[in-house]
Design a protein around this ligand. Sequence first.
Ligand SMILES: *[C@@H]1O[C@H](CO)[C@@H](O)[C@H](O)[C@H]1NC(C)=O
Ligand SMILES: *[C@@H]1O[C@H](CO)[C@@H](O)[C@H](O)[C@H]1NC(C)=O
Ligand SMILES: *[C@@H]1O[C@H](CO)[C@@H](O)[C@H](O)[C@H]1NC(C)=O
Ligand SMILES: *[C@@H]1O[C@H](CO)[C@@H](O)[C@H](O)[C@H]1NC(C)=O
Ligand SMILES: *[C@@H]1O[C@H](CO)[C@@H](O)[C@H](O)[C@H]1NC(C)=O
Ligand SMILES: CC(=O)N[C@H]1CO[C@H](CO)[C@@H](O)[C@@H]1O
Length: 270
Amino acid sequence: MGTWILLLLFLLTCAYLPPSSSDPDDEACLTNLRESLQDPTNSLQNWTITTFANPCSGFTSYLQGATCNNGRIYKLSLTNLSLRGSISPFLSNCTNLQALDLSSNSLTGPIPPDLQLLVNLAVLNLSSNRLNGFIPPQLALCAYLNVIDLHDNLLTGMIPQQLGFLVRLSGFDVSSNRLSGQIPASLGNRSWNLPRFNASSFEGNKDLYGYPLPPMKTKGLSVTAIVGIGLGSGFLSLVISFAAVCIWLRVTEEKTVGEEGKISQLMPDY
Ligand SMILES: *[C@@H]1O[C@H](CO)[C@@H](O)[C@H](O)[C@H]1NC(C)=O
Ligand SMILES: *[C@@H]1O[C@H](CO)[C@@H](O)[C@H](O)[C@H]1NC(C)=O
Ligand SMILES: *[C@@H]1O[C@H](CO)[C@@H](O)[C@H](O)[C@H]1NC(C)=O
Ligand SMILES: *[C@@H]1O[C@H](CO)[C@@H](O)[C@H](O)[C@H]1NC(C)=O
Ligand SMILES: *[C@@H]1O[C@H](CO)[C@@H](O)[C@H](O)[C@H]1NC(C)=O
Ligand SMILES: CC(=O)N[C@H]1CO[C@H](CO)[C@@H](O)[C@@H]1O
């Protein structure tokens, strides 16, 4: 008898459970992400506070650009939507995120190092925005990263060599930024049969050098050229000053002769 009541209670509880439960981490993630983005073309349909509390219905999401798995946000793909603003560090609260694609918008500001908390992240595509600052080396803590595409931004500084230690990394593109320094061998010349990246992953950065790009451009002149120019200009100035002295002597001599002439003319003849 008691078992039947328990079973009935259990069935009732199941019936009253909402179809998909909300997740406070995803809610914080989505709420803060929405706040950090400007959406001038009203592309983010259903990105409202009421939906953030319960964004998933099975594998689909009520939020445009979001995909769910087991009631958690699994993919975010908001590309080519004219979005402005910055990438919220609270994105790291979407802890089940496997793919983050915010490419081809007008996002500004830095790539938050907090993304390191996305331990399941496999695809990071932030290409074709106006992101600036450094590439956070902490991204190397996202051990499942397959793809890092940051091309066509305004990123500065060196490429963190730690990223080369991501053994699953098969797609890497930082072309067309403002990066500088030597390309780490961990990315430019990978060993242990790891997938390699050719020059197209790195080109379009004015001060980036080293394999697979050409070695450091010798800015200015070589030592021999500097010595040559030094000696040459030394010799030239010697010649010029010698000539100047000669001319000066000649002129003063002529002047003296002339003046002597004048004086003799002024002198009365006796
Ligand atoms: C927005 O949410 C409603 C239900 O709340 C749904 O019917 C609609 O398809 C959603 N729109 C998008 C773009 O997912
Ligand atoms: C981006 O969006 C614009 C207009 O919304 C469209 O014309 C263009 O084809 C899109 N580009 C890509 C690569 O999808
Ligand atoms: C990243 O997104 C851009 C534009 O949406 C796309 O062209 C590119 O192929 C993507 N990168 C990768 C590695 O898939
Ligand atoms: C690439 O690495 C190998 C050893 O791992 C080294 O012998 C070779 O010189 C390197 N190539 C370049 C271009 O740096
Ligand atoms: C560089 O690698 C990409 C794939 O990562 C490939 O599509 C491209 O053809 C390669 N370019 C050269 C010059 O080898
Ligand atoms: C609940 C939770 O994990 N909150 C975190 C959301 O992300 C921010 C930024 O990384 C953290 O500071 C919070 O602790």
